[in-house]
Ligand binder design. Structure first.
Ligand code: AMP
Length: 285
């Protein structure tokens, strides 16, 4: 595996790859890698001749500076996981390569209501920063396929919308959520949970898993309200629990109104903010 830190070095390398007719798959990450990240790498390695993973903790998408400071950084472990995980190129740029002085990387797009709900409502500026860094990284890497996790469902919807708006010819591949054996969605933030909260955090998965059964007797509004109560145990503070249309991300009144329904939640567990979701109904099989 090549480890590159400079845009120019990466572009020189990828120019040769492209020149020999090889397809490039790209998985952007913020490091502290786990099996969820590695599932993206493996999928890309299966579908492309060259897989690029980036590790960059992007300051512009953190609305909370203490969250940025506390974000886990485990570079040595990340490098060894990627080396054995089938990754070809690791791009680990410093801030000065991603946001060089004099280069305007701000993007002037509006994501409309997609960015106003759920994460957008609770983390002001987050999606603007996320879209800015994804656009910048896509411009640098120029992949054929982009691999992102369903774990960040709203992020993926916004990136899809950005690719459409900019007419970027990149295939966006959504990879399923990889979970721990008790159902907790893998996340770089899980290591910050206290042992007690770690064992109780499976409640997010349990609550999401019970929706379809409840939907036989309760309205979606009732289910969401009850889920908020279920998740309000000591030291847990749910921010939202929404059952939304998988395309518009607008709250659904009933499952019959769509062929694509997703339940999404964000919960503070102690001082760690966890997000999770479950696809309840999908047109994609
Ligand atoms: P992050 O490093 O948290 O920015 O995540 C980088 C990519 O990995 C994003 O596309 C995430 O959606 C994806 N990802 C994170 N956790 C998981 C997981 N548990 N399962 C699958 N993909 C994940």
């Amino acid at each position: 595996m090549y480890l590159l830190k400079k845009v120019q070095d990466l572009q020189d390398y990828l120019q040769e790859v492209r020149g020999s007719g090889k397809k490039i798959g790209f998985a952007p990450t913020m490091g502290a890698l786990h099996q969820g990240h590695l599932s993206l790498i493996r999928r890309s390695a299966d579908e492309n001749e060259c897989t690029v993973c980036s590790i960059y903790v992007n300051p512009t998408q953190f609305n909370d500076t203490s969250d940025l400071a506390k974000y886990p950084r485990t570079a040595a472990n990340d490098i060894s996981l990627l080396t054995s995980g089938g990754n070809d190129v690791l791009f680990m740029p410093p801030d000065s390569e991603v946001y060089p002085a004099g280069l305007d990387t701000k993007i002037e797009l509006s994501f409309g209501s997609l960015a106003k709900v759920m994460e957008g409502a609770h983390r002001p500026g987050h999606f603007e920063g996320m879209a800015q860094v994804v656009k910048r990284l896509l411009d640098i890497v120029g992949p054929d396929r982009l691999y992102m996790g369903q774990k960040d469902f709203q992020q993926l919807s916004i990136v899809r919308n950005m690719l459409d708006q900019l007419g970027m010819d990149i295939e966006l591949v959504m990879c399923p959520i990889i979970r721990e054996s008790d159902g907790l969605a893998m996340s770089s933030r899980n290591v910050r949970l206290t042992p007690d909260n770690r064992s109780r955090a499976t409640l997010l998965y349990q609550t999401l898993s019970s929706i379809l059964q409840s939907a036989e007797t309760q309205s979606l509004e009732e289910i969401s309200q009850r889920a908020m109560q279920t998740l309000s145990i000591p030291d847990f503070r749910p921010e939202y629990f929404e059952i939304v249309d998988g395309r518009s991300l607008q709250t659904l009144k009933q499952l019959e109104d769509t062929d694509f329904a997703v339940a999404c939640t964000a919960v503070w567990v102690g001082d760690v903010r966890l997000i999770d979701n479950m696809i309840l109904k999908s047109p994609f099989g």
